[in-house]
Each structure stands twice: as C-alpha cells, then as structure tokens.
Design a binder for this molecule. Structure first.
Ligand code: CP3
Length: 322
C-alpha cells in the first residue's frame, strides 16, 4: 500500500511544493522517499515511491496530482478517436527514472522491493472521468454504451501496465502489485464481462517472471472469486470484508494481504491493538498472510501507532525456528 506520505514530517519537508509526479521523475528523491518509512519502522518490504499515473504521463498525457484531491487529466478520453493518444509504453526511454530508482534502491535495501502499476479499470476511470470520481458515471457509460471502444481501452491500458511491470521486475523489483483501487464500483457481472479479460491477460503476461504478484482492490467483497480467477499470487483486500471470509472466497491456494482499517490507526493505541489482533486471529497463523492496512496510510496518522503496529505484528507472528 502507500507507505510513504504526509504522515511523516520528513516526507512533507522533502516533497516541498513539488508535484508528486515531478518528484517521481527524480530518482534520488524517489529513493529517499522510499527509504523514509523504513528508517522509522521495522517493515518487511519497501514500496517503490512512484504513482500509478507515472506511465500515463510518460506517454504524453497531461496528468497532474492535485494535493488532497488526486489525479487530474486535462483532456479526458471519451471516444474511439481518443484511443490514438494511448501509444504503447517503451519503459527504457519513457520511464528511465523509475528503472534507475529501482536499481539504486536494490543497492541500499536489506528487504524486498515492491514495484507496482495501475490496473486497466482504475486507470481508465481517471482517464475517462478526468479525475477522481464517486460514481464513475462516464466510465460506466462508455463501458456499456460502446463496448468495442471499452475493450480497446482496456487492452491498451493492460499493455501499458504489463510493459511497466515487466521493466520494473527486470530492473530489480522483487514483487509486483497491481492496484485496481476503484474496481469495487462494479457488480460481479460487469467485472466479469468488462474487466476480467484484460486482467487475466495482464497476469498471464507476468507469469514467466519469477516474481510474486499481488492483486489489490477496494470494496471487492463480492468480486473476490472473480479476481481470483483473473490472477495474482496474493489477493489484497480492504477492511470491509472480514479477512477469514475473504480468504475463503480467494481460496487457500492463494495468499491474502490485509486488512486493518487505516482510519483505526488514528485512534488511541489500545484500539489499534485490538483491531490488529482481530485481523491476525482471522488469519489464524496460516501461511500466506501478508499483514497490511486495507488501504493507504492517512496523512493524520500518528507515526508512533504505526511503529507499535509493526512491532505487534512481528511479536504476534514469530515462529519457532524449524
Ligand atoms: O513510497 C510509497 O509508499 C509509494 C506510494 C504510492 C504513491 N502512489 C505515491 C503517492 C503508491 C503505492 C501509489 C499508488 C496509487 N496512486 C494508487 C493505488 C493505490 C491506492 O492508494 O489505491 C492510486 C489510486 C493513486 C492515485 C493517487 N495519487 C491518489 C488517489 C493520490 C492521493 C491524492 C491526495 O492527496 O489525497 C495520489 C497522490 C500520492 N501518490 C500520494 C503519494 C504518497 C499522496 C500525496 C502526498 O501526500 O503528498
């Protein structure tokens, strides 16, 4: 999940007035922002400092991330003719800074580095709506109103993310996460028809890499069975679905990641502890649970709660040496 962020004063200081995407283009800054949370907490993995919008900007779309709002796309994609603006990504020339940040990080890190990219639906939602959206109305109108254009859009975005993820793995990323953050806006039938084919192709395209892949979405309780079929070694879930129930839907042959409510981390420590232990109880010490928040860290979160959380999870899951 988003590990870096405004909850850390050193993040706020280093980012300054720079745009998130501009920051992502400077490898030295991306490296430093990736390392900041690890200096504060005994984390088991590092999340590359980047953004799902990076490859879209890299192929020439005008994208900005407005503070407190999210990604804004100056000229949204709404019709067949707009698809011409989505050219394929050539990672070595389009996102050399991402690959450079990964290479530099691998020299510094003692824990695995997680690279990531946006899933076609979530990227399409930003591109079609022009920004964050509560109801995804234009996206759904395109999907249902012009299924042929929708399919081409999904294929183009899937191809872009596939190229981006494969390049990150070649540069040294040791795990990959696909963020389909907003796919929970769909019902299972629409997911199956309009999203699953492109997702399956994406995960198929990553299969020959020797890198575990995490498949994450928010509000996906009813989609988990279909997401499982789409692919991913680990399925990431938010807090709205109890972890044990989610794992039943995902199947015991897959790992599960999650799922403490990030807002709970703003409560007094005792409340955080109770909720974290509930997540661990539901995981029941089975192999394949990656403890995580159910979504990104919120800016007002006390760092101390996160530090204690990491230590609590380690203390509660320590195993006897075999
Ligand atoms: O180092 C790390 O931990 C990596 C951090 C990371 C960023 N973006 C940097 C960032 C990750 C994993 C992402 C992925 C991302 N970006 C997703 C998928 C994950 C998710 O949270 O669902 C999405 C949907 C985006 C698009 C995006 N970028 C949003 C919605 C926002 C929030 C805007 C806001 O201010 O509320 C961003 C900005 C962004 N990208 C921030 C970070 C650390 C926060 C901006 C800031 O605090 O400076």
């Amino acid at each position: 999940m988003r590990q870096a962020g405004r909850y850390l004063p050193e993040y706020v200081e280093l980012r300054g007035e720079r745009d998130v995407l501009e920051t992502c283009r400077v490898p030295e800054l991306a490296v430093e922002l990736t390392l900041q949370p690890l200096r504060r907490m005994d984390l088991d993995a590092a999340v590359l400092f980047s953004d799902i919008m990076v490859p879209l900007q890299a192929i020439g779309l005008e994208v900005q991330i407005a503070p407190g709002v999210g990604p804004i796309v100056a000229t949204p994609l709404r019709a067949t003719r707009d698809l011409a603006r989505l050219r394929p990504l050539e990672p070595e020339t389009d996102v050399p800074h991402v690959l450079e940040a990964i290479r530099l990080l691998r020299k510094e890190l003692a824990v695995p580095l997680i690279g990531f990219g946006g899933a076609p639906f979530t990227l399409a939602s930003y591109l079609v709506e022009g920004g964050p959206s509560r109801h995804h109305e234009r996206t759904k109108a395109l999907m249902h109103g012009d299924p042929a254009t929708w399919r081409r859009l999904m294929e183009a975005l899937g191809g872009l993310t596939l190229a981006h993820l494969r390049a990150q793995a070649s540069a040294g990323a040791q795990a990959l996460q696909v963020f389909d953050s907003w796919v929970g806006a769909l019902d299972p039938a629409d997911y199956e028809r309009f999203v699953l084919p492109a997702m399956r192709e994406l995960f198929e395209g990553l299969r020959d890499l020797d890198v575990p892949v995490i498949h994450f979405g928010v509000g996906t309780g009813e989609l988990l069975e279909a997401m499982r079929r789409a692919g991913g070694d680990v399925i990431g879930v938010d807090w709205r679905v109890p972890l044990d129930r989610a794992w039943e839907r995902v199947g015991s042959d897959r790992g599960i990641q999650g799922n403490l409510d990030p807002a709970v981390c703003l409560a007094p420590w005792e409340a955080v502890r109770v909720k974290a232990l509930d997540v661990l109880d539901r995981a029941a010490r089975r192999n394949g649970h990656v403890f995580n928040l159910g979504h990104g860290v919120l800016p007002q979160t006390p760092v101390e709660n996160l530090q204690r959380l990491v230590d609590l999870v380690h203390a509660s899951t320590e195993r006897e040496p075999t």
